[in-house]
Design a protein. Structure first.
Lengths: 201, 201
DNA sequence: GCATGTTCTTGACACTGTGTCAAATATTTT
DNA sequence: AAAATATTTGACACAGTGTCAAGAACATGC
């Protein structure tokens, strides 16, 4: 067996960085190959296709991101947790120069387009899976808060509402690039869900 | 002057239908040319580029859509108006077979991607403009409702919240394709903004 | 130590898509 | 009828995806 001349994980990182900045369709395998110092053909050999490479790179990101979220949602009052949640979300959208936006939302609208075409279905599933897992995390946090008397409402409905707002924030971020606006919307959402006064921080 | 062999508006309609179904990047000018019965070169001559053609087609759609929204927001109680607003929004996302999603959100995430590239800036502006105008419409509706005592809150903040939710709905639509879920979120949002009980319909 | 087998790499190729250009074409105006 | 003008058409250059066969590097068995 001839050994690989590149590191699998390095390529995944380099590829995801490009996908994040320029979109899947906007990134060519030549770009990635150049940046990674690998021949384009080697990437096809190792990953099969651009979409398959993206999928692996995305799963990597999703794991990291979910772990960070879990940590952010882990301490403090319910209000503090939700604040940390939105904060991490928005900071993620606004990371990079220029800001790169939300890779999940971007990918969903970029690839989740073709319904019925088996190819993009895997990607759609990956995006939907991360969203579902984040929703579950938020719901658990709300349920725990409810048990502590910090929240009075339906955790499932509220979690769905919150996740919808974060997806909306990802869109508004691309439309206006106005970070203070995003944070204002986030604060307003927390007030709405927690009932304006909310628990003291 | 040699006369055009095709109708400008027909091409715009045919093109937007394809863009809506397959995305801008996923639609080739050959596709549009074939469907419209026009030579590809003629499209370049008439519109300049794919993006310019998309822009014209989108502006057309945006005008129609805004008019429909304005009508939907024009009668009944505030709750009724907001319900009609979400209804039209979701129906729009779910129109077509298979459902085509939201062209504005799709376009924003698909084209608002390219960093620093002046080309896509026009498109981003067009998307942002429609969102802004819809927000203004919702805000006016809320302000009018407040004047009639049907709403007690900040119309600007609430309108921004509502528009954020609709953008989020567009994303969730692509992720899960679950229309009842979208309608549930919409209802929950109205309850949240109007204060759960709300004015009788 | 050398042959063999396996995997990776490399370059060539076919295909599709974007955009440009010059030549040919169809009208209107002079 | 000739000139002016805009549209159509086909050829071209270029970039991107994906495939393939041939070459290269290493592990193992003899």
């Amino acid at each position: 067996m001839r050994p690989r001349e590149f590191d699998h994980d390095d390529v995944l990182r380099i590829a995801f960085d490009q996908f994040w900045r320029k979109g899947v369709r906007g990134t060519s395998l030549s770009d990635i190959a150049r940046d990674a110092g690998v021949q384009r053909g080697s990437l096809y050999n190792a990953f099969g296709s651009k979409e398959a490479l993206f999928l692996q790179a995305y799963e990597r990101y999703a794991g990291d991101y979910l772990a960070a979220l879990q940590k952010a949602l882990g301490t403090g009052s319910l209000r503090k947790r939700l604040t940390a949640f939105f904060d991490l979300t928005i900071t993620n959208f606004r990371s990079g120069t220029p800001p790169r936006g939300c890779p999940t939302t971007r990918g969903l609208m970029e690839l989740g387009a073709a319904e019925g075409e088996g190819l993009d279905e895997d990607a759609r599933e990956a995006f939907a899976s991360l969203i579902s897992r984040i929703t579950a995390l938020v719901q658990d946090t709300l349920a725990a808060g409810a048990a502590r008397g910090e929240f009075d409402g339906n955790p499932a409905a509220a979690a769905l509402h919150i996740i919808t707002v974060t997806r909306g924030l990802a869109v508004l971020e691309r439309a206006f690039g106005d970070e203070p606006q995003l944070r204002k919307i986030a604060g307003h959402t927390i007030d709405l869900v927690l009932g304006r006064k909310g628990g003291s921080a």
